[in-house]
Design a protein around this ligand. Sequence first.
Ligand SMILES: Cc1cc2nc3c(=O)[nH]c(=O)nc-3n(C[C@H](O)[C@H](O)[C@H](O)COP(=O)(O)OP(=O)(O)OC[C@H]3O[C@@H](n4cnc5c(N)ncnc54)[C@H](O)[C@@H]3O)c2cc1C
Ligand SMILES: NC(=O)c1ccc[n+]([C@@H]2O[C@H](COP(=O)([O-])OP(=O)(O)OC[C@H]3O[C@@H](n4cnc5c(N)ncnc54)[C@H](O)[C@@H]3O)[C@@H](O)[C@H]2O)c1
Length: 480
Amino acid sequence: MTETHSGSAVDLLVIGGGTAGIVAAKTAARFGADVLLVERDRMGGDCLWTGCVPSKSLIAAADAATCARSSAELGVRASEVAVDFAAVMRHVHAAISTIEPEDSPEALHAVGARVTLGSAHFLGPREAEVNGERIRFRQAIIATGSAPVMPGIEGLDRVDALTSETVWDIDELPSRLLVLGGGAIGCELAQAFARLGSHVTLVQRNARLLPKEDEAASAIVAEALRADGVDVLTGTELESITAATGGGGTAALSTGDAVRFDRILVALGRSPRVDDLDVAAAGVRLDDRGYVEVNDALRSSNRRIWAAGDVTGLPAFTHLAGGGGSTAATNAVLGLRRRIDRDAVPRVTFTHPEVAAVGVLPDDAAAHTCTVSEVQHAHTDRAIAEGETVGFTRLVIDRRGRVRGATIVGPRAGESIGEACLAVSAGLRTSAISSATHPYPTYSDALWNAAIADVRSRLESGALATVIGVLARVRRLVTR
Ligand SMILES: Cc1cc2nc3c(=O)[nH]c(=O)nc-3n(C[C@H](O)[C@H](O)[C@H](O)COP(=O)(O)OP(=O)(O)OC[C@H]3O[C@@H](n4cnc5c(N)ncnc54)[C@H](O)[C@@H]3O)c2cc1C
Ligand SMILES: NC(=O)c1ccc[n+]([C@@H]2O[C@H](COP(=O)([O-])OP(=O)(O)OC[C@H]3O[C@@H](n4cnc5c(N)ncnc54)[C@H](O)[C@@H]3O)[C@@H](O)[C@H]2O)c1
């Protein structure tokens, strides 16, 4: 649905109808502001169409296939497991269709925001153009997101490479898939396609997968991918590609090896969508990587223009895009100075096992004068009951007992990390977690036990141990 706009200045112009833009527009409209959101493609952005929703739907199908294949380990034999890829993709698109109304122009109208379809660019510090129409604004939010990076590798342009934007349109399972990049997208999709039946090779330049995570987590994910049949090649670069007639080709690697493939999926990171915006006309500065430069209140170098989501270069997550959209809109419309909390942003990689983390990494604990309390899931009863003992829960704890970070590797780690997020953001101590009874048997039991272990070690050392010893002796004397 497209709406035209009358001549007076809008209170808030939002450019981009992904998570950041939608949350910003809804937030501002609920405050009573006159809001116009401009989207050039389709409402919902990457998360809905090409990101979280399709990838997690594909992963659900891939996990179901693996579950059926491995159920004999629990004493249940499935006689034949067949993957109907067309049906898997129907499930993926059905999930998108179910969620789509939440992000539709109608959903924005319902809260009083207007939507225009078209591409926006700035004409000046308080003016933009959409579909040939000049729009004046009191405040604006840039929420144009990011796009996949395409490297200039020789021959890549001749093999119809897939990216996170196009992989959802294939209707045939690639029998040999080459995945380029071992970050979140590369790991999630490599494992999912392998579980659905593709023979997958993953090429990662870094020495390990998921290099932003705890090293032990990276090792577990590499092992899990290999167990699913993925050829994981770390410390390796793709040097060139020779296209084959009839599709696919051969990749020459830095190790001297050659890999034949039917399809190649490029997952090498993101770049900001700013090229068409003419930010210079608005006096909006970009940082040295080309992202919109913002302060902690998400304000740009133009005091009337704010930015939120992937276009800011902050970690590319839907929850941060949504939180940023809300923060930017609140600051723009109400004149407040709310700030985003950079220290307590959780991240989850939805491999099997999942890797979930928040705050300080266990690997970096010493540098933050913190210690690590760890429970291996081999000692967690729920994990034993489910035959899912590979994984751990690690809490990073400062000298005063406050939780500064956590990394969890295991099934449903993305659900368990929520408690650690609260602890990090509210500055809770391990004693607060240990004194709250947790349900048994659950994976969150591991986090509870990691907190209890820390409290116990504090009680058993130093001055507290002396006080406890004295108390016990006094009590013995009194009750003699
Ligand atoms: C495969 C994949 C899986 C992912 N999985 C997860 C996950 O599990 N969890 C998670 O938290 N995050 C995940 N992400 C990241 C998440 O999708 C992004 O962080 C989030 O969608 C960013 O939202 P955004 O609003 O900043 O940008 P976008 O969603 O990209 O929205 C920007 C919008 O702006 C529009 N636009 C651009 N330029 C203009 C213009 N000039 N005029 C008008 N409109 C314009 C675009 O068309 C687009 O709709 C995943 C990403 C990918 C690619
Ligand atoms: N579960 C989630 O929340 C989720 C899932 C997918 C994506 N995302 C978001 O999307 C962003 C982008 O994901 P991504 O995986 O594309 O990027 P990424 O930056 O996370 O990973 C890219 C990887 O590619 C490697 N690489 C770079 N150049 C290379 C080359 N020439 N050859 C081989 N390897 C090379 C890098 O070492 C890096 O580890 C993520 O950072 C994340 O914020 C989130």
